[in-house]
Design a protein around this ligand. Sequence first.
Ligand SMILES: *Cc1c(COP(=O)(O)O)cnc(C)c1O
Length: 452
Amino acid sequence: MNRPERPNRFEVHDADALSTARALIEACADAREMGQKVQEAVARNAAWRGEECINLLAPEAPTSPSVRALLAAEIGTRAAEGHIGKVNRWFAGTRHIDEVEALCVELLKKHFRCSYADHRLCASMIGNAVVYTALSAPGDVIMSAAQPVGGHSSNRIDGPAGAMGRRIVDIPFDAQELVVDIDLFRKMAPLVQPRLVALGLSMTLFPQPLSEMKEAIQPWGGRLFFDAAHQLGLIGGRQFQDPLNEGADIVTGSAGKTFSGPQSGIIIWDDPEITEAVTTAIFPVWAATHQVNRVAALALATAEALAFGEQLQAQIVANAKALAGHLHERGVPILGAHKGFTTTHQAIADVTRFGRGLKVAQTLERAHIIVNKNLLPSDRKQDWDYPGGLRIGTIEVTRYGMKEAEMAKIAEMIARVVVGGETPERVRPEAVALRRSFPTLYYCFENGSPSP
Ligand SMILES: *Cc1c(COP(=O)(O)O)cnc(C)c1O
């Protein structure tokens, strides 16, 4: 029986991209060839993004060859769910999986200097859902940061927080200083008495007043949740404020951003009182089989971070400051100039006068320089698809051994295109040459650190 045609059905994906894929599949002689089409697209990406681009995406990090190898390990075909230990598992045969997972947990606790850590979340966003489940209830008022000042959808009405029925009040933000407006927060918080304050910033340049925020919500037992998706590696490598020591009750983070491990989520906390609520929200609420290959890769990446983290993260920040400074000097305005531009792995450029973020990012892509369009605090709701900013990050270039001198070269290439109006295709060979002259991934056991 034929299913009825639905010609006007809603489709979220780009219609051209899907119809190109359909045509490709239909032109194949058999399913084997269809599989080859997938492998070929993956190879094209590896050649282009892996070898010919200056990747400056702030949430992106390459993993070491051994971490990447573990992602394809046999252990990734095994099923494990539940907590570590013979009685806790549903499936038999998990003896060595228990070893790997226990190593991962203990390595995370050691690196992040905390009492508890969890490794089972396939994404940081799911970690945030865990926190909402454990520390708040449907109908509760929570406070979180709005997207134009750097907030992330996971803590907003259009993400898990909203879908789970939390009522959201904005954390007041000082758009000039790019930090929480603590005076206003002290006035607002008692009026709404949030059960949970969720501070998560995808645009993150400066430390936030966490201890002051915790103090302000203490009277009614409000909990402070720091969503460190971006800053996780900086925190582990002691190059950012340490949220658990400054009043945060719980911290989540992405393992694939500054932490430079396999993409996934981590949760760390110290308070034994919240442990039962948090761990039962992890399993059985938000995790079941949890990709043990990824857990193994995470454990190895954590060992790398113990060995190289401080050095790597310090260079990431030094490179971000250098890149920001050179761009600003060359006429690309960078936010936070009066505060030294940044204390993290990111710089935010205001490109409103150069055609706005989407157009500039697409133009730079033609030069093989990859950045993302980004909201600015001054952007309005109707600007969201065409925001005024660019976000530029230094994780990958740093892992390939680039330092301040290379940041000057990258800034020059960007400025020639953005400010000077040079055709990106003319800059491209220089970008490719620079990328090719740094072929080795550092800050890992096989290759060590780059020479000073
Ligand atoms: C990236 C990000 C997340 C989501 O992390 P994933 O690992 O991609 O799920 C959550 N919060 C903030 C602030 C982020 O920047």
